[in-house]
Ligand binder design. Structure first.
Ligand SMILES: Nc1ncnc2c1ncn2[C@@H]1O[C@H](COP(=O)(O)OP(=O)(O)OP(=O)(O)O)[C@@H](O)[C@H]1O
Ligand SMILES: [Mg+2]
Length: 717
């Protein structure tokens, strides 16, 4: 059995898998088998009897990666992987807190606030405290709170504030925590901090888990932040084996406080003399690997790794530059369809993008073309309005003191309870230190009081009727009895889709397997918060995979499309100001490239709608950091003879648009023509004296102009 498990591993992998029961760091590049080593090690520990399924804790970064690890493990040995402690940091912390909710000072049914809900909670707080949300934008307050939580710092522990503004932020942080405690809710960062505190304050409990989890394994270790590392140290103690795998070149969460420094700390704290290195890449064709290696060379301060493959060089990387973002999307979809005709599976192909907003246009084209797709992260089933409404009713049915839920639906569907009434309730709740629900119960009769009383009655009824129903029945019931169904039935425009989503919610509940049946609702709501995006398409359906580069970490696909390779988008404009930011963008690009097994596409657009505006970006520097001999250009739109690369290679990146040396003009430049008026240069061809510009004129549309004749009619705008 072991032989079979270990067969096919190379000597370094074998050494890592069968490493004695002590700590280790596997430091190796993308596709070298880190995750495979980690999973195989768990299987090996179990099958050799060195560990029991209950004695292993394994952490990964995304839900998808955690599930993948479970699937791979289940394929290797017969074990109930669902019962094992394999999950994301958030998932495992949640599990810990559910078990020890009392010690953690949380109600058993505590709800998780996602990022949007956290922001509304902060907005509510600002209002209650009469703090201007212009001076203290909720988003900034949120960042301050989460940043501190992720560093493990509570409000009272922040050292003396540097100025009154910071003092106020600290005050808001404390008030926010108090509000969350009152309402029995926890945001994402809270899950981690709270469970860290639980263990650090409760030595007996920590000792119990240390006794239990003799093996703690971490994937993607380069992306752990300080608190996560401290949490791991608490759990692993110094005697247990902390087995971490990672790649400094794939560190992409520095903006959220992740520290590559944790790798050094791990070596030091656990007396590891040298990291284990894996150098053979098993994932990608040679060309793809060469591209990744060449790109990441542009970064400095790397720990340094070699990667080689004995796979052939494979296809060149195909580069497409579309005229517009629509054309780019169309290219991707056409190409996907042609690959399918050639026998590729849709689910083995992925489109990766830097920002979530980019998915919309792709979705549009995919829908038109009738290509099935799934989106991970981003547009989330559980973030859709109708789903949130239904879940809010469900939450009220189990805990009416849930202020967030109550505020969401007190007037949905509309029942004549206006903002004024809600404000009165909020005042009452604040003054008397009670929940909104309690305030509503005492709202009296009067004209609006009567409406509130009706709502109270509705919720009471839902509570009573829900009691003995299954989860799916409960959801059906709240959807019907709350009036949501009727409301969407009356909505001609979007109702149909929303009703379909609500039905899908019931389906999700039907297929839901709770760990503890009596906590099914809580577990379901928890999953809804943790696993956004999982029920939007039938998981078994063959579908194209869409996701941000961040979400693609650790995954692999036969064909990968990296879209929107434009300066300002990828690298993101926010990263232009410092070289650290740019290097993180480059690592992100390295992650994107190394997801591909056989086929890789780079695409970009010369004009793009972004934040409601047309932009005329130029191609990303990252395309040009890949050696030209690895690329095959597919588009004919830009035929500038001028070497684009030379034009901007060494510059920083001050703006979207840089000079392309087209007789003094550049792509993206605004100008005006004596006859056609104002316009923007969108592409060009020719060189020297023979240059033609394609210009998009505001009033006269797109025209090609020959500079030999038109030069004197043009002036820069
Ligand atoms: N010894 C091996 N023989 C054959 N295939 C292997 C071997 N080791 C790993 N692979 C395969 O190579 C691919 C990449 O492995 P894996 O995902 O574990 O790499 P990784 O180092 O975790 O990559 P990343 O850094 O992207 O997370 C997988 O398909 C894996 O099954
Ligand atoms: Mg991996």
């Amino acid at each position: 059995m072991n032989d079979k498990l270990l067969a096919g591993l190379n000597p370094e992998q074998l050494s890592a898998v069968t490493w004695p029961a002590k700590s280790a760091l596997v430091l190796a590049g993308a596709g070298s088998g880190k995750t495979r080593v980690l999973t195989t090690r768990i299987a090996w520990l179990l099958s050799t009897g060195q560990a029991s399924p209950a004695g292993v804790l394994a952490v990964t970064f995304t839900n998808k990666a955690a599930r993948e690890m479970q699937t791979r493990l289940a394929a290797m040995i017969p074990v109930n992987v669902k019962a094992m402690w394999i999950g994301t940091f958030h998932g495992l912390c949640n599990r810990l807190l559910r078990i020890h909710y009392r010690d953690a000072g949380l109600p058993q049914t505590f709800q998780i606030l996602d990022s949007g809900e956290q922001q509304s909670a902060i907005k509510r707080l600002l209002k209650a405290l009469d703090v201007s949300d212009e001076k203290f934008p909720p988003k900034a307050v949120q960042q301050f709170i989460n940043g501190n939580k992720e560093a493990g710092v509570r409000a009272h522990a922040i050292p003396a504030p540097m100025n009154p503004y910071e003092a106020k932020l600290i005050e808001l942080y404390a008030a926010y925590d108090a509000q969350c405690n009152r309402e029995g809710v926890a945001d994402f960062a809270e899950l981690l901090l709270r469970s860290y505190e639980l263990l650090s304050r409760n030595e007996a409990l920590a000792a119990h888990y240390r006794e239990r989890f003799r093996h703690v394994l971490v994937d993607e270790f380069q992306d752990t932040n300080r608190l996560q590392y401290a949490w791991l140290k608490l759990l692993a103690g110094t005697d247990n084996a902390l087995f971490a795998v990672g790649d400094d070149d794939q560190s992409i969460y520095a903006f959220r406080g992740a520290e590559v420094g944790n790798m050094h700390a791990l070596l030091r704290d656990y007396g590891i003399s040298a990291p284990i290195r894996l150098e053979q890449n098993y994932r990608s064709a040679g060309t793809i690997l060469d591209a990744a290696n060449a790109l990441i060379e542009h970064n400095d301060g790397r720990l340094g790794k070699q990667l080689w493959t004995d796979a052939g060089s494979g296809d060149p990387i195909r580069v497409f530059e579309g005229f517009s973002d629509g054309e780019e999307a169309q290219f991707i979809v056409d190409e996907v369809k042609s690959l399918v005709r050639d026998g590729w599976n849709l689910s083995d192909m992925a489109v990766l993008y830097r920002s979530n907003a980019q998915s919309r246009i792709l979705e549009h084209v995919l829908v038109q073309a009738g290509v099935a797709y799934r989106i991970y992260g981003g547009l989330r089933f559980f973030e859709r309005q109708e789903i949130k409404h239904a879940l809010a009713y469900l939450r009220l049915a189990i805990n009416p003191d849930d202020d967030n839920a109550l505020l969401r639906v007190i007037n949905v569907p509309s029942r004549g309870i206006g903002a004024r009434t809600v404000e009165n309730l909020q005042t009452a709740s604040r003054e008397r230190g009670i929940s909104l629900w309690q305030a509503a119960c005492g709202a009296g009769t009067g004209r609006t009081g009567g409406k509130v009383a009706e709502f109270v009655l509705l919720v009471e009824k839902l509570r009573a009727r829900c009691e003995h129903l299954s989860l799916a029945e409960k959801i059906s019931l709240v959807v019907d009895d709350s009036g949501l169904r009727a409301m969407y039935e009356a909505d001609r425009k979007e109702g149909e889709e929303r009703l379909a989503n609500l039905d899908e919610l019931v389906n999700a509940a039907l297929g839901f397997m709770p760990h503890e049946p009596e906590l099914a609702v809580v577990e379901f709501l928890t999953q809804a918060s943790l696993e956004a995006g999982d029920h939007q398409a039938d998981a078994s359906e063959d579908a194209l995979q869409l996701m941000t580069v961040h979400a693609s970490k650790g995954l692999e696909f036969d064909a990968v499309f990296i879209g929107g390779l434009e300066e300002g988008l990828f690298p993101h404009e926010n990263s232009f100001s410092d070289s650290k930011g740019l290097q993180e963008e480059r690592r992100l690009m390295y992650v994107a490239i190394t997801r591909a097994r056989k086929r890789l596409y780079f695409s970009s657009a010369q004009s793009r709608m972004l934040h409601g505006q047309s932009r005329y970006p130029i191609r990303s520097r990252f395309v040009d950091e890949v050696p030209a001999e690895l690329l095959q250009h597919l588009s004919a739109t830009v035929k500038t003879a001028a070497p684009r690369r030379a034009a901007w290679q060494d510059e920083p990146a001050p703006a979207f648009v840089r000079n392309n040396s087209l007789a003094g003009w550049r792509i993206g430049q605004a100008l005006s023509h004596s006859k056609f008026g104002s316009g923007v240069v969108i592409s060009a061809e020719g060189a020297g004296d023979d240059v033609r510009l394609q210009i998009n004129f505001a009033e006269h549309g797109i025209k090609w102009l020959d500079l030999r004749y038109a030069a004197d009619k043009l002036t820069p705008a």
